[in-house]
Design a protein. Structure first.
Length: 140
């Protein structure tokens, strides 16, 4: 297996994990909302909003990353890097503005790990000789 394929596989696994999260939010939002510290939402408009705004958005972003992994095109994968970076940034802003909470590290470390894995996968994918998509890269 080439380094490019290892990088693509790593991107695909990360994307599939987040696609699964998006699908759970769309199909069974009440089963995951407490784990996301959002409390329980029960009315139809609340559940519809969670399904669309969180589940749909997460699914769309990571489906794009999966498409980029399949096509070995870093331009599509960049949306996942931006999403994770924005998530980490928003957590830090919340920490500075709202203060700390017991689950802060638990909620912040997974996106940091996923972002680091994506940067490693990017290096593997574009660092291989003969990669035709080297011009379509994001800085790492």
């Amino acid at each position: 297996m080439t380094k490019t394929n290892i990088g693509r596989s790593l991107f695909a696994l990360i994307a599939l994990f987040f696609i699964g999260n998006g699908l759970v939010l769309m199909l069974s939002p009440t089963s995951i909302l407490d784990h996301m510290l959002l409390g329980s939402l029960e009315s139809v408009p609340e559940l519809s909003s969670i399904r669309a705004l969180l589940g749909g958005a997460i699914f769309a972003v990571w489906a794009t990353v999966l498409f980029g992994a399949i096509r070995a095109n870093s331009a599509y994968i960049l949306v996942g890097v931006i999403s994770l970076s924005a998530t980490i940034f928003a957590r830090l802003v919340g920490y500075l503005v709202d203060g700390s909470f017991p689950e802060f590290a638990f909620m912040t470390i997974p996106p940091v790990i996923a972002l680091v894995l994506m940067l490693i996968a990017h290096k593997l994918m574009v660092g291989s000789p003969g990669n035709v998509n080297q011009r379509e890269t994001f800085p790492a």
